[in-house]
Design a protein around this ligand. Structure first.
Ligand SMILES: *Cc1c(COP(=O)(O)O)cnc(C)c1O
Length: 423
């Protein structure tokens, strides 16, 4: 096997996909929690971050919770999702959008993406409501920090009396027509996981305009205790509340949210400039109506510049080819110079755990099994089958090293390595 990047020098320090970036104040607020002994799920840090996040997002309430995933779980419960009911869910997302639907015994029905933002295709969502008109819930992700087509999605939800839940775990700070993601739906989640735009090391928040929902989330997340002298319970409870120590980290990070976004934006633009004459596109968005938080820079290789590459469930193979490349060739090349990229999030309807679930694109049901038959060459219906957009993005796309501590020099080397893959 030849190595296209053999002449490119290795990075001295590893450049990560996206790692925590601390500023100093985090330690101050954690220490404050320690010295005042507010080391549990009550305290000044929690109060301050809830207040501050609600202000930044422009919503009435923000409730500090243990993680983005637990937040999505409570959002599903707040929406009233019941066992056996269907929830329309973005297919191209991280599994934490779909898992909380399963926690409640409900059934995720996966919806295809569009090419303009890589998020849920409004036309596919419309189709889904034609097929399952009784469905009352939509779980929508803003992937990689790029807002989805909110005007269309909100209108379709309203028309069908469906409750919208936004998984804004990756998109805190991103706006659509000036409005923050995480404030369009009824119950929405952001995450402070270690690799997100800002971090608490862990943690998440529920964003909502409903006081009732915020109160319920606070109660449920602290074991659903009733107001009584003893442990009195009328509802199922959870241990989902944010710790005041974690909140201290978030509190120290919040003033740097827009610094991080600006750094990530510069990274995105440098990739865009450095790769502009290659047969690729960066993860797209509509500049006139949305401002992403640029959490991850991604690229997609033009169809005609794709060399041969195959994946099974756990591994991949590709054949290097002159003038062409593939996602794993680029990822291996990046790894060889000490930089971390990642494949595009594999669509949920392609995951073994969800393989028997419905998948709907703008033409109707296009379940994975049918697609697997086509890909395995068992049937050749490519022309007749409607296209599965999120699988195509997974096939041709990848996430680039997007750490905001990456220097311009490091990024130049990374760009050079990517360019070498196309030689
Ligand atoms: C990170 C992430 C989550 C989960 O957040 P945690 O805080 O890690 O639980 C959910 N959805 C998406 C899209 C994410 O990227």
């Amino acid at each position: 096997m030849f190595d296209k990047a053999k002449n490119i020098k290795k990075l001295e320090d590893k450049v990560w996909l996206s790692s925590p970036t601390m500023h100093g104040d985090e330690l101050k607020y954690m220490t404050e929690a320690y010295e005042t002994n507010w080391m549990s799920t009550v305290g000044e840090n929690i109060n301050k971050v809830e207040e501050e996040v609600a202000k930044i997002a422009g919503c009435d309430y923000a409730v500090g919770l243990a993680s983005g995933t637990s937040t999505l779980h409570l959002a599903i419960k707040l929406a009233g999702v019941k066992r056996g009911e269907r929830v329309f869910c973005s297919s191209m997302t991280f599994s934490a959008s779909a898992n909380p639907i399963c926690y409640e015994g409900a059934i995720p029905v996966f919806i295809d993406s569009e090419y303009e933002t890589w998020n849920m295709d409004p036309k596919a969502l419309e189709k889904a409501f034609e097929i399952y008109p009784e469905t009352k819930y939509v779980m929508l992700v803003h992937l990689y920090g790029t807002p989805a087509k909110m005007d269309e999605i909100v209108e379709i939800c309203n028309k069908n009396n469906a409750i919208l839940i936004e998984d804004a775990a990756e998109s805190f700070g991103a706006t659509y027509k000036g409005k923050q993601t995480g404030t369009f739906g009824s119950y929405n989640a952001i995450s402070f996981n270690g690799n997100k735009i800002i971090t608490g090391s862990a943690g998440g928040m529920l964003l909502t305009n409903s006081k009732e929902a915020a109160d319920k989330a606070r109660k449920w997340s602290t074991q659903s205790r009733e107001n009584a002298p003893w442990y009195q319970h009328e509802e199922v409870g959870y241990n989902y509340r944010m710790s005041n120590v974690i909140a201290g980290v978030v509190r120290g990070q919040l003033p740097y949210l827009y610094d991080h976004i600006n750094q990530k934006k510069e990274i995105y633009n440098r990739y865009k400039e450095g790769l502009k004459d290659l047969p690729i596109k960066m993860n797209p968005f509509d500049e006139d109506i949305m401002e992403p938080n640029y959490w991850l820079s991604c690229m997609i290789i033009d169809e005609e510049a794709m060399s041969k590459e195959v994946r099974d469930d756990l591994d991949y193979l590709y054949r290097p080819e002159k003038g062409k490349t593939s996602p794993h060739e680029i990822l291996d090349t990046l790894a060889s110079i000490n930089a971390e990229g990642r494949p595009i999030w594999k669509p949920m309807h392609k995951q073994p755990i969800f393989r028997n679930h419905d998948f709907i694109n703008r033409y109707g049901k296009a379940n994975a099994l049918t697609n697997a038959y086509i890909e395995g060459g068992l049937v050749d219906e490519r022309d007749k089958m409607p296209e599965d957009i999120c699988s195509d993005i997974f096939k041709r796309g990848l996430c680039l090293p997007s750490d905001n501590k990456m220097t311009e020099e490091e990024q130049e080397i990374i760009i050079e390595a990517i360019r070498a893959c196309f030689e």
